[in-house]
Design a protein around this ligand. Structure first.
Ligand code: C2E
Ligand code: MG
Ligand code: MG
Length: 838
């Protein structure tokens, strides 16, 4: 009984068996103690046990068998009871009871797996648990058999599974001998058919390393640790380097310790492993690619607030200590960017999705950086417990971008803001109510073109650089200086503190130009003309403000250079007129809007007409009749004067031919020629062609040009003069004395005469300085052998004075204003004014 009790409690048995044996023991105990009346009940209970239970004598004779036994063995009780147990198992050796009794006598239970035979000859596996028993006062044993067919099938299926699974499985006993390895294990280790796994896996054939390449001792291997600690060792990455084949395989290994029933120490260990060699290589490549591209990876475990960063990410952030939580990670960012990042993360947490941000920060060593951070909730994570992403160092791109941005905003020559940038800046200020009190200085250098033409472009560039520096120095921090175009600069300033600020700045800039500019040995006095416009009075759009400042500048330049002028509505009106004139002027020749009047040049002594000056008149449907003073300078600015001038030349010659054909004799006609006509190549050719067309001698034509021609000194000028003179055309300097009065060109140029400006005629005989100029001019003409015509003779006193001075010819209202061709013809017909060729 004691042994049965012990067997029933034996912890080495599995729970159902223990239960069964406990039940059986209790059953039999009851049976024996209450033999007489309980026999029936014993039978019933014995038969109620669901597993086959047999009672064997010491020599193996079956003393009793329960109902489950008969069912399992498919035999009647009589075919078994009283027979030796080997009727159920013919393969048992004849001394099979010896080890059974040895164990039972030691007080152990005896467990054996055997294959029993049914009455129909079929077999099935059983596990038999035997225990001491006393039956009818005799030493015997009770054997409980458990049908293992189902378990075997399951085991078989399990084995099959182990064989087809693509993970390697290795089972080792407590001595770490390999007891099982599946096919995948053989494949992963590269062990061919016929090789013994135990040999192949001998530790001295391999060098085993951890993920950082440090060699692992055999104690550190996961199977060993699982056996040692009884704990599962999970997903350990290790590299196995086969010393002979020089191959490295990377495995992730999970080792699970297994305990025998009731055992405290693991009886065996099952290691499951995958070959991650390719994966590891890919991820190594990936890591490398990432670090080459300066891309790091990051992951934020939102629940636990843990941050994981790849090595590259840590390098990019320049953190000395890898940040452990999100605030630590954010601490390297600039304040506004930290908020942006935090906000973006919160949005992902709240609503999912992702973000892509460019952020600025600085490393622990203070080095600033730009990063691009992309993040999103981990796919398939409904609770957004993880946000993952990449982190890219874009500092270099940003620096390049910044350089480009600066370059795009900067004028390369002067280093000032360029046109686009200042337009942008002005636009931004004008829409910002805080900065809307902006004023503009439009600065144009006077005579820049002359320096550029005379000294060449590199001197021109030098001048612009010096001018830029002077303007910048004058403006200081009170305004923003930009180069707007060729020799034009803009200054933006704020008038909210001081309404006069622009005027003060204009004075400062003009003062900065007081000293002359120096290039090598040359010195140039360069001045500036400045126009001022202010918002909102003079405009609220950049273009409008600039245009109005330009109008003011233009006005300033035309009145007196080296000054400033603030914009006024009146200037705008004049500008408007100017624009209108220029627009109309463009079409005037084609529309036949010009005509010529002819003012006689008269012999001052005898009163006879010696020549006629052709003066242009413009009749426009919108503007009415315009005198040349109002439009010639515009035509010169736009260049339209060249076409107009050709028309005048041709018309004047045509008129002379007509008068001649009318029998009025050839009158010399004087035509005014603009400096712009001299700049072209074809003035002489044009003149030749027109004279030929109307069959006029060169002497029938006189060209009047101003000193401007000499100042501009276009390359072809001298040649043109020579050619015109060769044609016999007379060349006269108009308005002499008004202009630049450089006398030396009078000697240099092949001219015939001078016209004394009416500015001086006007003052004679009373104004002493005018008298002095007239005397000087007449003396010059005489000494150089040049003809002289006095303009603007309005009074008899003037005529008398000029006659006394020896001026032979005069022109003026005293004789006639500009006359229509008909009027002029009738003057020619009257006997007193007949043409004098003297
Ligand atoms: P200019 O060549 O000096 O012409 C003389 C100007 O003085 C003319 O004015 C004429 O009408 C005016 N005038 C004549 N006698 C008197 C006088 O006794 N008193 C006063 N106060 N003025 C007198 P206009 O016709 O208005 O021409 C002005 C200027 O326009 C001319 O000055 C000339 O420089 C220019 N101009 C005229 N026609 C042409 C042309 O066909 N081509 C070019 N390029 N310029 C022209
Ligand atoms: Mg003239
Ligand atoms: Mg004149």
């Amino acid at each position: 009984m004691a042994s049965l009790d012990k067997a029933g409690a034996d912890p080495a048995l599995d729970a159902p068996t223990r239960t069964i044996m406990t039940q059986a023991a209790a059953l039999l105990r009851a049976t024996i103690t209450q033999k007489h009346w309980a026999l029936l009940r014993y039978r019933a209970l014995f038969d109620a046990v669901p597993d086959p239970v047999s009672i064997l004598s010491e020599d193996g004779t079956v003393l009793d068998l329960n109902k489950a036994g008969m069912t399992a063995y498919k035999r009647p009780r009589a075919a078994i009871v009283g027979k030796n147990i080997n009727v159920l198992n013919p393969e048992l050796p004849h001394d099979h009871m010896t080890p059974v009794w040895e164990a039972l006598n030691r007080g152990d239970t005896y467990v054996i797996e055997v294959t029993n035979m049914r009455g129909d000859g079929t077999r099935f596996p059983v596990e038999v648990h035997s225990a001491n028993f006393v039956f009818d006062g005799r030493k015997s044993l009770v054997a409980v058999a458990r049908d293992l067919s189902k378990r075997r099938e399951a085991e078989l299926r399990y084995r099959e599974l182990m064989e087809v699974i693509d993970k390697g499985i290795l089972v080792q006993n407590s001595a770490r001998d390999i007891v099982y390895a599946n096919r995948a294990a053989m494949r992963i280790f590269g062990i061919g058919e016929g090789k013994r796994l135990a040999d192949e896996l001998q530790l001295d054939r391999w060098r085993i390393v951890d993920e950082h390449g440090h060699e692992l001792s055999s104690e550190a291997l996961p199977a060993h640790r699982a056996l040692q600690t009884g704990q599962v060792v999970e997903s350990m990455l290790m590299g196995l380097y086969h010393r002979q084949s020089k191959q490295l395989i990377w495995l992730t290994v999970t080792s699970v310790p297994q305990f025998a029933p009731g055992g405290e120490k693991p009886a065996q260990v099952t290691s499951i492993f995958s070959d991650v060699t390719a994966l590891k290589r890919d991820s190594a490549l990936f890591d490398r690619a990432q670090s080459l591209a300066h891309i790091g990876g990051w992951e934020w475990d939102t629940g636990r607030d843990l941050v994981y960063l790849t090595d590259e990410a840590i390098r990019i952030l320049g953190a000395l200590q890898p940040p452990a939580n999100i605030e630590e990670m954010l601490s390297c960012l600039r304040d506004p960017d930290r908020r942006r990042f935090r906000g973006a993360m919160q949005k992902v947490v709240d609503t999912g999705g992702g973000f892509d941000l460019e952020l600025q920060g600085s490393r622990d060593d203070g080095h600033p950086f730009w990063i691009r951070v992309i993040g999103e909730a981990e796919a398939g994570d409904p609770s957004t417990s993880r946000i993952t992403g990449t982190l890219q160092d874009i500092s270099a791109d940003k620096r390049a971008e910044e350089t480009l941005r600066i370059q795009a905003r900067t004028d390369p020559l002067t280093g000032l803001m360029n046109r686009d940038a200042v337009l942008n800046e002005l636009g931004t200020r004008l829409i910002d109510p805080v900065h809307a009190n902006v004023a503009l200085l439009y600065i144009d250098l006077d005579r820049f073109k002359t320096v550029n033409d005379v000294l060449g472009h590199s001197a021109g560039d030098e001048l612009l650089m010096q001018a830029a520096a002077r303007i910048q120095g004058a403006v200081g921090t009170e305004g923003l200086v930009a180069r707007f175009g060729g020799d034009e600069f803009l200054v933006l300033c704020d008038t909210s503190g001081d309404a006069e600020q622009p005027e003060h700045l204009a004075d400062a800039v003009l003062a900065a130009f007081a000293d002359s500019f120096r290039f090598d040995k040359d010195e140039f006095a360069i001045t500036a003309s400045i126009g001022i416009s202010r918002a909102p009075e003079d405009g609220v759009r950049p273009q409008q403000l600039i245009q109005n400042a330009d109008i003011a500048m233009y006005d300033s330049k035309h009145r007196a250079r080296n000054g400033w002028q603030a914009f006024t509505p009146d200037l705008a009106r004049r500008q408007q007129d100017r624009l209108q004139i220029e627009t109309q002027l463009r079409r005037a020749v084609d529309n036949n809007e010009f005509r010529l009047v002819y003012q006689p040049q008269v012999d001052l002594r005898r009163g006879q007409i010696v020549a006629a000056e052709a003066l242009i008149r413009w009749q426009n449907h919108q503007l009415g009749e315009l005198r040349p003073d109002l439009f010639i300078s515009h035509a010169e600015t736009t260049g339209d004067i060249v076409r107009i001038g050709s028309w005048v030349l041709r018309e004047a010659c045509r008129q002379v031919r007509e008068w001649h054909d009318m029998g009025l004799g050839i009158v010399r006609v004087a035509v005014n020629v603009s400096y712009r006509q001299f700049a072209g190549e074809d003035l002489a050719e044009n003149v030749r062609a027109v004279l030929a067309e109307y069959e006029l001698p060169g002497a029938a034509l006189e060209l009047e040009f101003t000193e401007r021609v000499l100042i501009e000194d276009a390359p072809a000028t001298l040649k043109t003069f020579a050619e015109l003179r060769a044609l016999g055309v007379l060349l006269t300097i108009d308005d002499f004395g008004e202009g630049y009065s450089a006398l030396n060109y009078l000697r240099r140029l092949p001219i015939h005469g001078l016209k004394l400006s009416q500015l001086f005629t006007e003052g004679v005989p009373n104004n002493r300085s005018d008298v002095a100029v007239c005397q000087a001019v007449s003396a010059i003409a005489r000494s150089l052998g040049l003809g002289l015509v006095a303009e603007g003779v309005e009074s008899e006193a003037q005529r008398q004075f000029l006659l006394q001075l020896g001026v032979p010819v005069g022109q003026g209202f005293l004789f006639a204003p500009g006359l229509t061709p008909d009027e002029f013809a009738s003057r020619l017909r009257s006997p007193e004014e007949r043409v004098s060729n003297g």
